[in-house]
Design a protein around this ligand. Structure first.
Ligand code: NAP
Ligand code: MG
Length: 464
């Protein structure tokens, strides 16, 4: 894989300030495929300065012109979609088809949605005798994870640019090549120098420097709750805006009237996709006691289709593989029943984990409470609807979820009582305009659509 040995700052690739590099590993075969520079606080400082210099010009650029540049960026992503998919497959390990449809396809959709929103959004409102101006917050520090490497970048950068903000991005150390490709696309799309800047590097070094930088106005972070907590505290101390997209432990609630086979099949697919490395994955499947045994059999059959190395890829790193296998061992130790999979690696090479289904999981077990971030589903039995609700809401998280019932209204009535930011009703389709984000410890703020755009705006009211 080709990689840049510098940072994209102020509209050009510049040598990194320090000598250190990050080895990029293909998790399917454990081979080093490239090296990317490991940025320092000095690189971050250069990038923030470039973003600050570019801010007045970009903020004053008419929204229609900003929209045109974002549309151009979307068009470059379309042209380079195959290259994006190959790069994501190489550094994340996702099967190529998933990389094409989701890892390349979704960010193209999201970039397109912000090209339209930037053009149509009302950056001025009237209320009583006031005009309210919706102005860009300023310089954005974006810190992203590896699980959807391009989507996580675009879900921050596109709305920030639409709002008139400028950006410094610190992508995950495991997936810097996709971020470099994105920077190339920004360059090709003709965005003004300094509007978008990239510093690759390690979280505790480059990420920390970006989050703490006094000239960053807003920190937008996606990743673990542990790091998010720290970033929130740093931002709070400096009185700067912060958006946190953190973990999840979402419930897939199958009500007794639902089409059980479909609900279980889609539920398993939801978790197995991207090897379970999805913050919104429905990792807890809640089934009525009278249908439980049938659901277990259906889940076992559904998961058999996910053959490691074919339909399901490896985890991103040896560290994640170890972590997830540890959770599987913990599930066994706490008395859950293995129905499929287990802690043994299914292949000799590559960071694979066996697609795993646990039955007889009780709500307080570790595997039912903590985010595993791997291909592991827990089937939990409920007595009645109130019991299902108590279990569904019984974690510190509240990112997503699903409800299945014969009647949509019945499912919606249940979804209204869930403490979570997004619920799919009977397998509802992904909507790039729907706000995405967490209740409780799943985060602060929303991404996507107009709600995601408003995160990057601040108000100024003029009274007449
Ligand atoms: P993470 O450590 O929170 O990483 C997310 C981003 O933050 C990465 O760019 C990371 O850099 C950076 N970072 C790490 N420490 C930092 C610090 N002290 N200051 C500033 N930035 C910092 O998450 P991870 O290690 O990639 O994954 C661990 C767990 O996070 C997963 O198992 C999962 O539970 C959760 N996760 C959630 C999501 C989500 O979408 N909600 C996505 C991915 C992961 P490095 O890449 O160098 O670490
Ligand atoms: Mg990390």
């Amino acid at each position: 894989m080709k990689a840049h040995d510098g940072m994209y700052i102020g509209g050009q690739w510049r040598p990194a300030r320090g000598p250190d590099t990050i080895a990029v590993v293909n998790p399917a075969d454990e081979q080093v495929i490239a090296h990317a520079p490991a940025g320092t606080a000095d690189d971050v400082d250069d990038a923030v300065r470039a973003a600050r210099e570019a801010l007045p010009g970009w903020a004053a650029t008419p929204p229609a012109e900003r929209a045109a540049r974002i549309a151009a960026l979307r068009d470059v992503l379309v042209v380079r979609a195959d290259e994006i998919a190959e790069t994501v497959t190489a550094e994340l390990g996702a099967p190529l088809q998933l990389s094409q449809t989701v890892h390349a396809g979704v960010p193209i959709m999201v970039a397109g949605s912000y090209a339209e929103l930037a053009a149509s959004y009302s950056f001025e409102e009237r209320t009583g005798n006031s005009t309210v101006l919706l102005e860009p917050v300023g310089v954005v520090g974006a810190i992203t994870p590896w699980n959807y490497p391009l989507h996580q970048i675009v879900a921050k950068v596109a709305p920030a640019l639409a709002a008139g903000c400028t950006v410094v991005l610190k992508p995950a150390e495991d997936t810097p090549l996709t971020a470099q490709l994105f920077a190339e696309a920004v360059d090709e799309a003709g965005l003004p120098a300094g509007v978008f800047n990239l510093v690759t590097g390690l979280g505790p070094v480059a990420g920390q420097a970006l989050a703490a930088h006094e000239d960053v106005d807003l920190v937008s972070f996606t990743g673990s709750t542990a790091v998010g907590r720290q970033i929130g505290a740093t931002a709070g101390g400096a009185v700067k805006r912060v958006a946190l997209e953190l973990g999840g432990k979402s419930a897939n609630v199958i009500l007794p009237s639902a089409d059980l086979a479909r609900a279980v099949g889609v539920g398993i697919a939801n978790v197995m996709s991207n090897s379970g490395q999805t913050c919104s994955a429905w990792t807890r499947m809640l089934v009525h006691k009278d249908q439980y045994d049938e659901a277990v059999a259906l889940a076992r059959a559904a998961v058999a289709k996910y053959v490691p190395g074919e339909r399901i890829g490896p985890l991103v790193s040896a560290k994640q593989q170890q972590r997830v296998r540890g959770y599987i061992e913990k599930g066994v130790a706490e008395g859950a029943r293995l129905v499929a999979g287990g802690p043994e690696a299914p292949r000799e090479t590559g960071y694979y984990v066996s697609p795993t289904v646990f039955a007889d999981v009780t709500p307080e077990m570790t595997i039912a409470q903590e985010e595993i971030f791997g291909p592991v589903v827990s089937l939990i039995k409920y007595e009645d609807e109130d019991d299902a609700l108590r279990i569904a809401n019984g974690t510190v998280y509240g990112l997503a979820g699903a409800v299945w019932a014969a009647d949509e209204a019945e499912a919606v009535a249940f979804a209204r009582r869930m403490d979570t930011g997004q619920v799919d009703i009977n397998g509802g389709r992904f909507n790039p305009l729907a706000p995405f984000g967490g209740y409780k410890q799943s985060g602060v703020g929303r991404e996507l659509g107009p709600h995601g755009l408003s995160e990057y705006l601040q108000t100024k009211s003029l009274q007449f």
